[in-house]
Design a protein around this ligand. Structure first.
Ligand code: GLY
Length: 443
């Protein structure tokens, strides 16, 4: 038996809950959620609805249920120090302490860590706490990326060419960032194809899951504003169509060095997820950022095909015994497409923006997994609440079949919903391959 506290209320935590419940250890789940996710609630023995800042309430809930350990889904509770608070009551977690979660919560911390320990993957970058020196630094770079130094829900990064064009606009944005954050990190802009490498770390050993590609842009053809992620895919050969095995190995090698550097720098063992957002450039694999948690949607690509018992994985992370575990994934392709309200990601004054809280009917979907996110089950049925609503995951022997399954299921959902039909399709994958060839042709 295992008594487990799960914190989080999105589709990522729904798939975590499912992976835990599949365990041969027959775990009992107790879930702490900001809002009631009906998928997680149906897998839980008891739930606590409340904010992730109320550490006292979460600890009382955990202690009253005598949980063996906690699994922390999102970044907010990590940043609030929930792991430190639980540790103090003798409850270990899959998730780093507040100090170690700086890997995600402070972009400057991570860039400076890689620099100090001479770990490859950094761009040219500068950390600025005032406007002084920014103009000169910007002049040295061909293209730039601006990152507020703090949590931004995955939507704070501003890229030249997309979010701004001129030096004057960049300076104005830096001024705005510095009004709200202690620092701005300014980086060289990379050209290439991105991949997410979600790794499990026990402080010493780092094990990787198959690489996944996310789709941040709201609309088909990678147009529109950045979102939390509209969907993602992975391949049956555990690579991506534009990458070689050595690219994934480079990402893993960087992550292993970062885990060691974190230990040397803080004296603490990082126990949790190290999710590296990497980009393959003409000069090899570069690091975009780390997250201290699983990706959303990317968790939905890897956990359903995890063959190793997930409770064993969690216990090995906590106990420092990952080196003794063989981490195995099914040789299956996966495609996740998020069903979102039509108004998701649109400006508030857009005519469709009002459809964010409406009833949807999932119908009789077959051959896919459904993971609930911002939905509420009421007497009248299932309602979308505000953000991404349901992750639909097709799993099959080939990408084509996995995409077909996900797309057919998404099409059968009725209500004021939208999704990206192009995720996982041959056409979009073709553009990724062509892009990678163009980038590498520059070698
Ligand atoms: N898929 C992006 C993220 O989880 O931050």
């Amino acid at each position: 038996m295992a008594y487990i506290l799960l914190i989080g209320n999105g589709a990522r935590e729904h798939v975590i809950a499912e992976a835990l419940k599949r365990s041969r250890h027959n775990p009992t789940l107790f879930s702490c959620m900001k809002s009631n996710n009906p998928g997680i609630a149906s897998l839980s023995e008891d739930i606590l609805i409340g904010g992730y800042g109320d550490l006292e309430a979460i600890m009382r809930f955990a202690v009253s249920h005598a949980v063996d350990f906690a699994v922390i889904g999102p970044e907010d509770p990590l940043s609030n120090g929930i792991v430190d608070a639980l540790n103090a009551t003798g409850i270990p977690s899959v998730g780093p302490t507040k100090n170690l979660a700086r890997l995600e919560t402070s972009k400057s911390f991570t860039r400076l860590l890689l620099q100090k320990y001479q770990i490859p993957g950094n761009p040219q970058f500068g950390v600025f706490s005032s406007l002084e020196g920014i103009e000169t630094f910007i002049d040295e770079l061909d293209g730039i990326v601006l990152k507020p130094d703090g949590l931004t829900g995955g939507k704070g990064v501003m890229v030249q060419g997309d979010h701004f064009h001129s030096k004057e606009e960049a300076l104005a944005l830096c001024r705005a960032i510095l009004a709200e954050h202690p620092c701005v990190v300014i980086e060289e802009k990379f050209d290439g194809e991105e991949f997410s490498l979600q790794c499990f770390c026990d402080g010493a050993t780092v094990l990787a899951s198959p690489p996944v590609q996310d789709h941040k842009r709201r609309f088909t053809g990678d147009r529109g504003p950045n979102t939390g992620g509209m969907g993602s895919y992975s391949l049956e050969n555990h690579l991506l169509p534009f990458m070689e095995a050595r690219d994934a190995e480079e990402g893993l090698a960087i992550t292993r060095q970062v885990a060691e550097a974190l230990r040397a720098e803080t004296g603490e063992a990082y126990k949790g997820i190290m999710y590296g957002g990497f980009i393959i450039t003409r000069d090899g694999v570069k690091l975009l950022e780390y997250n201290a948690r699983l990706g959303d949607p990317e968790a939905m690509n890897i956990l359903p095909i995890l063959k190793t018992d997930f409770v064993d994985v969690c216990r090995a992370i906590i106990g420092g015994t990952l080196a003794n575990l063989s981490l195995e994934f099914e040789r299956q392709a996966t495609v996740c497409k998020y069903i979102v309200p039509k108004g998701y990601g649109l400006p508030k004054d857009h005519p469709d923006a009002s459809s964010t809280s409406s009833k949807i009917d999932v119908g009789n979907v077959k051959d896919v997994r459904l993971y609930y996110s911002s939905v509420d089950r009421r007497a009248g049925g299932l309602y979308m609440t505000s953000s991404r609503a349901i992750g639909v995951v097709g799993i099959a022997g080939t990408l084509e079949e996995a995409e077909g399954r996900a797309e057919r299921a998404v099409q059968s959902v009725t209500g004021p919903v939208d999704h990206r039909p192009d995720i996982g399709t041959k056409e979009l994958i073709g553009t990724r391959i062509e892009h990678m060839k163009r980038v590498q042709g520059k070698r």
